[in-house]
Design a protein around this ligand. Structure first.
Ligand code: G1P
Ligand code: ZN
Length: 542
């Protein structure tokens, strides 16, 4: 039976670049999730009788909110819900399922790489019919609606069996529980040379994939072990847990330190990789070499033609502004378009839909292509495997040859987490004020060539996004970028992105932080990081 429930709005339901993210106890407040979901539905037009995809990364609260979302979809007039068994769908798999089944849109429950558990993070994101994150026009409408909402609509009575594949009904609505892995795995088989990868594993190639107790476990088991014949145990930490085993499911050198150390040892496997909470990020480590996400984007773009899905070449490459310029030189060599967008995957959607870009990437370990409208961790891992299977060279050799040909972009991101919000805004305001005076400033050997606050003019829809991060460019192609995170859940996070372009192969062996030392000092001198935040060191260096 449909029921209208009276409610009062919460004032803090503003979706960020990746949906609404809050601590679990916030989501557990009465009607909190219901209000947000109803605000989403109230901001959409034309979904009556259509399909909604629902799934999440399995974190704490996933099942409860999945049930609520399904019951609310039924009462609001959706014709069908497609949900992954057990409420599981990785973010890229959800994007694929939305596209493949021609759904109206989807609700993805995740807080990505943030920890899970009763006191950790939860999130809800709405994706549109192209499979990508909702554009600002919709998220603004959702926020506006959430501030005045006074009722939500829910179907009460029966409950759906989330654990049995097949069709059932919830009142007037059909519910289809699908295998969360099958459609996605089939898509991967169309893009990559599974025969070549299988032969590589048969030949003794060793890989370690860390699913970090998060959503990619079942995907990696099925694709790597069952379909590609990698030895059992290649996918580790492969059972999704509500609290990710108490770890941060963030595939970086801090949270995947064990994997990193294993890959640096003398008897390391040939290839190491990891993915995050919801499966859209990737970490790539070769034997004895960590591949930065910015380099990985450039390398994947330069070698993509070796995979069947990209044999016809790339239409263009897109990267977020703070991502290093390594991919730019690949685009130049290939004679294809290069697009620099603000941080956040949603900015790639128009370029992908318009056929202007094929491969996209962000420095934050996100890489993907036009096969879905989200970044895709396992996709990046499989493209790497395909390249390794065809080139038959170690990761390290492939990376070093790439640097020799294109030059190396030393790159690091320094994060200052949980900074007092006002202090962070003061730092950014002060930076903005001094931008105009920076060009020409000499700092040791560095000379500032230009400085600005990045604005993006979308070439497809003409929209303009301003204040997307402060760029200080130095002569010779090095730069530092400052921006505040849009995804944190406590205080502010200042991100400082540091990049040095080095064409000389004799210098490619330098250690990254050492290679960047003068730029790191310049960043502090320009932004007054210590002075504003009181921090002498970043919280996380990646
Ligand atoms: C971070 C990353 C960004 C990514 C986003 C969602 O956002 O930096 O590249 O798109 O998470 O995964 P930020 O916290 O920097 O706003
Ligand atoms: Zn993620």
């Amino acid at each position: 039976m449909n029921r209208d429930v009276a409610t009062r709005p919460y004032a803090d339901q503003k979706p960020g670049t990746s949906g609404l993210r809050k601590k679990v106890p916030v989501f557990q407040q009465q009607n909190y999730a219901e209000n947000f979901i109803q605000s989403v539905f109230d901001s959409l037009d034309g979904y009556a009788g259509r399909t909604l995809v629902v799934g999440g990364d399995g974190r704490y609260l996933n099942r409860e909110v999945i049930r609520t979302a399904i019951a609310m979809a039924a009462a609001n007039g959706f014709g069908r819900v497609i949900v992954g068994r057990g409420g599981i769908l990785s973010t890229p798999a959800a994007s694929h399922v939305i596209r493949m089944y021609g759904a109206f849109g989807g609700l993805i429950l995740s807080a990505s790489h943030n920890p899970g558990g009763p006191h950790e993070d939860f999130g809800i994101k709405y994706n549109i019919g192209n499979g990508g994150p909702a554009p600002e026009k919709i998220t603004d409408a959702v926020f506006a609606r959430s501030k005045v909402i006074d009722r939500y609509r829910i179907f009460e009575g029966a409950a759906v069996d989330l654990d049995t594949i097949g069709l059932s009904r919830l009142g007037p609505m059909e519910v289809e529980v699908i295998d969360p892995v099958a459609d996605y795995a089939a898509l991967m088989e169309t893009l990559f040379n599974f025969d070549a990868i299988r032969a590589m594993f048969r030949g003794g190639f060793r890989m370690a994939f860390d699913a970090m107790h998060a959503v990619t476990g079942p995907y990696a088991k099925e694709i790597l072990e069952n379909r590609l014949g990698a030895p059992a145990g290649t996918a580790r930490n492969a059972v999704p847990l509500p609290d990710f085993g108490g770890h941060h499911p963030d595939p970086n050198l801090v949270h995947a330190k064990d994997l990193y150390e294993e890959m640096m040892a003398a008897d390391a496997p040939d290839f190491g990789a990891a993915s995050d909470g919801d499966g859209d990020r990737n970490l790539i480590i070769g034997k004895g070499i960590f591949v930065t996400p910015s380099d990985s984007l450039a390398l994947l773009a330069a070698n993509a033609h070796l995979a069947p899905g990209y044999a016809g070449g790339l239409k263009g490459i897109a990267r977020s502004m703070p991502t290093s310029a390594a991919a730019d030189r690949v685009a130049q060599k290939l004679g294809i378009g290069m697009y620099e967008t603000p941080t956040g995957w949603k900015f790639f959607g128009n370029l992908l839909d318009a056929g202007m870009a094929t491969i996209c990437g962000e420095e934050s370990a996100g890489t993907g292509s036009d096969h879905v409208r989200e970044k895709d961790g396992l996709w990046a891992v499989l493209l790497w495997l395909n390249i390794l299977a065809v080139r038959k060279e170690p990761v390290k050799a492939i990376v070093e040859k790439h640097w020799a040909e294109f030059g190396r972009n030393f790159y690091s991101r320094h994060d200052y987490e949980a900074v007092e919000t006002d202090a962070a805004s003061r730092l950014m305001d002060a930076l903005r004020e001094k931008l105009a005076a920076l060009p020409g400033t000499r700092m040791g050997d560095l000379v500032v060539a230009a400085a600005d606050d990045f604005s993006y003019h979308d070439p497809v829809d003409g929209s303009v996004s301003r204040n997307q991060g402060i760029r200080v460019l130095f002569e010779g192609g090095s730069r530092v970028v400052f921006r505040l995170s849009g995804t944190g859940t406590s205080g502010a996070t200042l991100r400082v992105y540091i990049e040095r372009y080095e064409p000389d192969p004799a210098k490619h062996g330098l250690e990254t932080q050492a290679a960047l030392a003068d730029l790191i000092a310049a960043a502090d001198a320009i932004a007054g990081i210590r002075e504003h935040t009181g921090r002498a060191e970043p919280t996380v260096i990646t």
